[in-house]
Design a protein around this ligand. Structure first.
Ligand code: CUA
Length: 345
């Protein structure tokens, strides 16, 4: 549309181009402001699970209720402006009116509004499906997530696999400060508090990838503390568990073997686990099946070779404040180390 407008040379058409552009800019600003509020509207209002559906229902109900109240208030305002009292004022009549407004607008109306919200909430909770259950542990760290499954050795980072149509009880803990766990399309949010275990139920009705975020300010990289929930059908989930329980792939090529040696001799092995190898550091994410992940640094950068190289050599340039230190490597060791990491399917 813009190109059609822009092809004209008349001043009026220039004006139209400008106003269309301004319109586009305004909608972009509105969209980004909404995103900045952390309310990711598309997420909350596109529920893919029964718990999130309750939140969405309540949101819409509150929107229409407040819109109706606002319109009613405007109508009263207009009536008051138009029908100014003329002549002598009947004090008693005025006082009766005031009392009616205070009782009606200050007690009856809010009581109906709150009671109806409560009923909608209760009806939603009562209608929640009771299904099979899976238990997963989620642990928050500055600034990433660890997920542990029922198999004692199976630990992943920043990607949480769950089966669809199943109640997934997520036990929430933190290893440092307070974080908050939120997957807008699947559930409400819940804090991860030091010394406590809170539980939140995730339930996805459709397979897909759902964005999760930390929603409690926890330090400089709070904004880069994201994760993905990957919901797959139950049989696929079982297959994924079986694949993930297997130890890491052995290096196959000469370069991968040299990369393996570089990993074990540099500082990497002191902080990361790769199951089936001597690397058993617990400070950072488990890297056993690292190559399957889509993101680095809890959503800070895509997991491709270029970003991975930058991440290994200077993580602070991608995520300032991350607890990962730069890895000191000989120049020829970096490409082979990347070869090895990329082989960890
Ligand atoms: Cu973790 Cu904010």
């Amino acid at each position: 549309m813009l190109t059609t407008f822009a092809s004209g040379t008349q001043p009026r058409e220039h004006l139209r181009v400008r106003s269309v552009r301004r319109g586009t800019r305004v909608s972009a600003v509105v969209a980004s402001s909404l995103a900045l509020t952390g309310c990711s509207l598309s997420g909350t209002l596109a529920p893919r699970g029964p718990d999130a559906q309750i939140a969405a229902n309540i949101w819409w109900y509150m929107l229409w209720l407040s819109a109706a109240i606002f319109v009613g208030w405007l109508a009263l305002f207009v009536v008051a402006m138009v029908r100014r009292p003329t002549g002598e004022i009947d004090e008693e009549h005025e006082q009766r009116l005031h009392r009616r407004f205070i009782v009606g607008g200050g007690i009856v109306l809010p009581s109906i509004a709150f009671a109806s919200l409560f009923v909608i909430d209760l009806l939603g909770i009562a209608a929640l499906p009771q299904g099979d259950e899976v238990v997963v542990d989620a642990v928050g760290y500055q600034f990433w997530w660890e997920f542990a499954y029922e198999h004692p050795e199976l630990v992943t980072a920043n990607e949480l696999y769950i089966p669809t149509d199943t109640d997934v009880q997520v036990r929430l803990r933190t290893e440092d400060v307070i974080h908050s766990f939120w997957v807008p399309q699947l559930s409400g949010k819940r804090d991860m508090v030091p010394g406590r275990t809170n539980v939140l139920t995730l339930h996805a009705t459709e397979p897909g990838r759902y964005l999760g975020e930390c929603t409690e300010f926890c330090g400089v990289q709070h904004a880069n503390m994201r994760f993905e929930v990957v919901a797959v059908p139950p049989d696929e989930y079982q297959q994924w568990l079986d694949d993930m329980v297997a130890p890491a792939a052995e290096p196959q090529t000469e370069d991968q073997r040299r990369g393996y040696d570089a990993f074990m001799t540099a500082s990497c092995a002191a902080c990361h686990v790769i199951r089936g190898t001597p690397a058993d550091g617990r400070a950072g994410p488990d890297l056993t099946h690292f190559a399957q992940r889509r993101w680095l640094g809890a959503g800070a950068a895509p997991n491709d070779r270029g970003h991975l190289g930058g991440w290994v050599v200077n993580p602070q340039s991608i995520k300032p404040g991350s607890t990962m230190p730069p890895v000191e490597l000989d120049a020829e060791d970096l490409p082979v180390l990347l070869d090895y990491l990329e082989s960890l399917e």
